[in-house]
Design a protein around this ligand. Structure first.
Ligand SMILES: [Zn+2]
Length: 128
């Protein structure tokens, strides 16, 4: 048994990633990962897994920027090539899309990162 009471067997990172994406505990799948939009629960209330040791830090923001950029920029170029709209039309289209997509993705990507960190046992050291 490890310090969290789980067997020392391997943890499959793929289901852990998808459980985290869905806002679920990577260990048991209970809907306990977040207590607010991006606020992590210190521990899973269903299985007791300590979640506070798994810190995503800035990784979710980097991944979200990467994903949103790869979705929005090709659309911007395509719309510009096809319709050549005024600059304010680009602003009306892409600012809300970029913002909305980022806000939708951020908790999902953070959960996925936490899930992978849990599966790989990448725990942060406690701050002294
Ligand atoms: Zn759990």
């Amino acid at each position: 048994m490890d310090s969290e009471g789980h067997p020392e067997t391997g943890r499959d990172w793929v289901p852990a990633l998808w459980r985290g994406w869905a806002g679920r505990c990577p260990a048991c799948g209970g809907r306990t990962l977040f207590t607010a939009y991006l606020k992590m629960a210190p521990a899973c209330t269903a299985c007791g897994t300590a979640l506070e040791h798994y810190r995503a830090d800035d990784a979710p923001a980097y991944f979200v920027i990467f994903i949103v950029g790869h979705v929005v920029i090709p659309l911007v170029l395509l719309v510009e090539k096809l319709y050549e709209p005024a600059l304010w039309v680009h602003g009306l289209l892409w600012l809300p899309l970029s913002t909305g997509l980022s806000l939708w993705l951020l908790p999902r990507v953070k959960g996925a990162v936490i899930g992978v960190l849990w599966a790989l046992r990448v725990r942060s050291r406690p701050l002294v």
